[in-house]
Design a protein around this ligand. Structure first.
Ligand code: GAP
Length: 446
């Protein structure tokens, strides 16, 4: 148990961020459950993304489309053809399966055995609607949320009276029958995406593509990700997805290498053109004010920003994880131990504040601390903890990224005040209980 990823997996389970799915049955197929802190963390990521995309832009609106759609959607999108398939190989000796692009020298990465010829394996998750499991009732769990956006291009544009360029944003679950899910929550079969589809004039697509690539890159930087751990990587022609004219990945330097966390794609007119063809509904747009003047009818181009909530959560966990040697919390018992500090951005940290009575065996202190806890808990995610030495309790909060610990001591009883301890600087300030809420609001909300 010593690689960074192992440590993060262990912390995530121990402190209620992420558990293996169906844990008492030994887990299930790289599926994970998000625990009490995990769900707060995820909700924070979604909120920050939604605010950034929908609230900060005048011309982006939201949507929540259904996961199950008419199977023709996936024929038109190209997901049922070879374009949305991985090449699968099997080791002839240990019979483990791998994606062909993970193989070097045509040998099994596990045992070095010979491998079979690659064969195509479609990633769509099949299911049946209704009681009869026949061909006519087959449909699919969506493999990307954006198809629900294309289905509603006209509904949204007309109901909201939008004019091009505009965007539709959506957060939701997607499913892919991945051959080799791995690296904890990095590649799973069930995951959440945060996608925004930007509809624009074909001649302006490049300009918007460059704009959104920059915007999305800066989003991660602004949330505290270290610059040296982030990069943009353009796709070469032969690695472009079947729908893309141009693509750029935002990559993060994980403990298991540089990997994609978000893709920005110029999807051209691929989606709306194919959906027009397959549905018989003309999805072209009549532009009364195109860039070259006059009037013009065309199929809009789409610039897509497509990120994963699970992947970005792993990025934020990994990037904020620190081990500090030698008693950060200044108690003798912890002086020789390694202390974990999760330096999460304030908007992402699952727990913002914790209230700690200095000792638990003084009823008056406990009573006062509970009073303070009651004031805070309806405003911020807040924990109350009275178990163990104060140093240990600071450590417990540091390792889940709690921003401020509020300590109630003997002086608090006389002066009606508390101390606020800053997670990062460990500085403590004394404030009156009557001012506490506003001071914390100022720190957390600005
Ligand atoms: N609509 C375009 C699209 O889905 P993608 O590059 O296949 O593009 C976009 O996926 C993002 O979705 C990825 O950058 C990643 O964050 C997330 N994602 C894709 N497959 C995933 C998986 N198996 N497990 C976790 N996240 C995944």
């Amino acid at each position: 148990m010593n690689t960074l990823l192992d440590k993060i997996v262990s912390l995530a389970k121990r402190r209620g961020f992420i558990f293996p799915s169906s844990d008492i049955y030994g887990g299930f197929s790289s599926c994970y459950d998000f625990g009490p802190l995990g769900v707060e963390f995820k909700n924070n990521i979604k909120k920050v993304w939604w605010n950034e995309m929908v609230k900060n832009h005048e011309n982006i609106v939201g949507l929540d489309a259904s996961i199950l759609m008419a199977p023709r959607v996936w024929e038109a999108s190209g997901h049922l053809s070879a374009g949305f398939a991985d090449e699968l190989v099997e080791c002839k000796e240990c019979h483990k399966r791998f994606r062909f692009n993970e193989i070097e020298n045509k040998k099994c990465p596990e045992c070095g055995g010979k491998i079979t010829e690659p064969r195509k394996f479609n990633l769509m998750m099949k299911t049946f609607v209704g009681p009869v499991e026949d061909k006519a009732s087959v449909t699919y769990l969506r493999a990307e949320t954006c198809q629900g956006i294309y289905m509603n291009f006209e509904n949204v544009m007309n109901s909201m009276r939008l004019k091009i360029p505009f965007g539709i944003a959506q957060i939701g679950k997607s499913f892919r029958n991945e051959i080799t899910p791995k690296d904890f929550i990095y590649r799973t079969r069930e995951f959440e995406q945060m996608e925004m589809q930007w509809f624009c004039h074909p001649k302006e697509a490049k300009k918007h593509f460059d704009f959104w690539a920059k915007e999305r890159f800066n989003w991660y930087l602004n949330l505290g990700i270290k610059k040296e751990n982030l990069r943009l990587r353009e796709h070469k022609k032969d690695e472009l997805a079947h729908y893309a004219k141009e693509a750029i990945d935002i990559e993060y330097h994980f403990p298991f290498g540089w990997k994609e966390i978000e893709g920005i794609h110029n999807r051209g007119d691929w989606d709306l053109k194919n959906h027009s063809k397959f549905s018989g509904k003309d999805l072209s747009y009549f532009d009364e004010n195109p860039p070259a003047g006059g009037k013009e009818k065309y199929i809009p181009y789409i610039i897509e920003t497509s990120g994963g909530i699970d992947r970005s959560l792993l990025v934020f966990l990994t990037d904020s994880y620190q081990e500090v040697k030698g008693g950060r919390t200044t108690t003798t018992e912890s002086a020789k131990e390694v202390e974990i500090l999760l330096k999460l951005h304030k908007d992402l940290a699952p727990i913002k504040t914790a209230v700690l009575p200095l000792v638990k065996n003084k009823p008056k202190l406990v009573e006062k601390a509970k009073e303070v806890y009651k004031i805070l808990k309806i405003h911020f995610s807040c924990q109350y903890d009275q178990v163990g030495s104060i140093g240990r309790r600071y450590r417990r909060q540091d390792e889940i990224g709690t921003l401020y610990c509020i300590t109630v001591d003997f002086e608090s009883l006389e002066k009606n005040d508390v101390t606020i301890r800053n997670r990062d600087t460990m500085e403590q300030e004394r404030v009156k209980v009557k001012d506490l809420l506003n001071i914390l609001k100022e720190k957390l909300e600005h």
